[in-house]
Write a protein that binds this ligand. Sequence first.
Ligand SMILES: Nc1ncnc2c1ncn2[C@@H]1O[C@H](COP(=O)(O)OP(=O)(O)OP(=O)(O)O)[C@@H](O)[C@H]1O
Length: 202
Amino acid sequence: MAPSPNTQAIEKNRPIVISGPSGAGKSTILKKLFTEFPDKFGFSVSHTTRSPRPGELDGREYHFTSPETFLQMVSDDAFIEHAQFGGNRYGTSIAAVESIASTGRICILDIELEGVKQVASHKTFPRPFFLFLAPPSLDVLEERLRARATDNEDAIQKRLAQAKVEMDFAERGEIHDQVVVNEDLEKAYNEVRRFVEERVGV
Ligand SMILES: Nc1ncnc2c1ncn2[C@@H]1O[C@H](COP(=O)(O)OP(=O)(O)OP(=O)(O)O)[C@@H](O)[C@H]1O
């Protein structure tokens, strides 16, 4: 398949994939990065088969897509990663990443482990940079999830079990270029910023 001009944009502005257990601090650190560099980064708009909620706009929160179109896009390899949650499908399209890269911004992708594996083995998508954000330990992660107070007990236990799987995987270094441990927030933020600076400049 011939690369489209915008795949060249992705090659020039290679995306950064940040992954790590729920509660590791990805949103907290990305918020700091976007605040410090407001014009440098962007989030892509994902596709979903779920219905829009009140106030959500097609093309802003998500590209709202029929199941048929979604499956067609899957067979066309149009997604860099896709998954099913709660009966709905979600995916990140190459085109959505291109639309960030072609404005000269670096697309930041916050995706979970299965998605990371799909991105890393995609046939045509240029390899992004992979950063893993880890909590100092599962005990600290548990404390933070409880302090965040957004999950019930069952959800916390599921997140902790999944966190162990993700941390074991990242330690093997099969995909991730670097692991940053988020113990002290400022220190972790500076490490993430250095990782980004070294790869894409800021
Ligand atoms: N270094 C830190 N020390 C103490 N608390 C922290 C630190 N970093 C983040 N937190 C807190 O931990 C909680 C989880 O962080 P956050 O919501 O950013 O995680 P996340 O990785 O984005 O999770 P999710 O994947 O579920 O969205 C938040 O309440 C946040 O304020």
